[in-house]
Write a protein that binds this ligand. Sequence first.
Ligand code: ATP
Ligand code: MG
Length: 245
Amino acid sequence: MNRLVIENLSAGYGAVAVLHDVSLELNESEFVALLGTNGNGKSTLLHAILGFVKPTRGRILLEWDGRTVDLTKLPPHRIVNEGIALVPEGRRLVPNLTVEENLVLAGSCPRARNDLARNLAFCYATFPLLRERRTQRASTMSGGQQQLLAIARALMTSPRLVVIDEPSVGLAPIVVAQVFEAVRALQAEQNLTILMAEQSFFQAVDLAARAYVLSHGRIIRTIDRSAGSIDPEDLRRAMMGLEAA
Ligand SMILES: Nc1ncnc2c1ncn2[C@@H]1O[C@H](COP(=O)(O)OP(=O)(O)OP(=O)(O)O)[C@@H](O)[C@H]1O
Ligand SMILES: [Mg+2]
């Protein structure tokens, strides 16, 4: 089975320990949410997957097509080339480039460059508004449009799995709902494998098959929707770092 497995990961910044003994898994075609309020280590965990943060302990194994690679041993560009795409918090588009230039730039990585035309067609079919606005500078798009562009940019790298860091940041609630719907549709219709960090937890948990709650750098709860309905009060307490009632 194709999957990403994080085993007993600890990581931080110099003397600042942020993640403690984090274990989780993401199976192919699954939509998994990583929930936590500000400063609990969501971005740090996603950055460890991408190789921007080097762990002090643990492994991040990509088990895909019969190969196993420990991502903690690879630099970020090699991790992108293994098919892991990050949609960063705050979107980080190239502001003065157009929609299409942002997409083509991302799609020019070694992994995807032979599929550039096909990936671009797929992004435009998925998000027709990006086709309509392909000559518009990224910086002049609305926040919601920029978020869709940031997601499309990740799709340009022919990813095996897409890691999305708080797509709701800075967006009005109705726009958040639209962005989440776009992510849900991508996952359901394209069988995309997605790990999404969020603090809009009720909306995010609605989309995900499984959710992990991160508090002070530890996974304190795993929520499996196949195990039954989610008790909102239980989820709220977990997010606040409180024990189950
Ligand atoms: N470059 C850095 N150097 C030192 N400490 C950092 C650095 N980046 C993050 N931290 C610290 O690591 C902790 C976790 O931060 P992180 O960004 O992973 O949280 P988060 O869950 O993504 O929060 P948010 O929801 O606000 O994005 C915080 O205490 C933060 O101050
Ligand atoms: Mg963050």
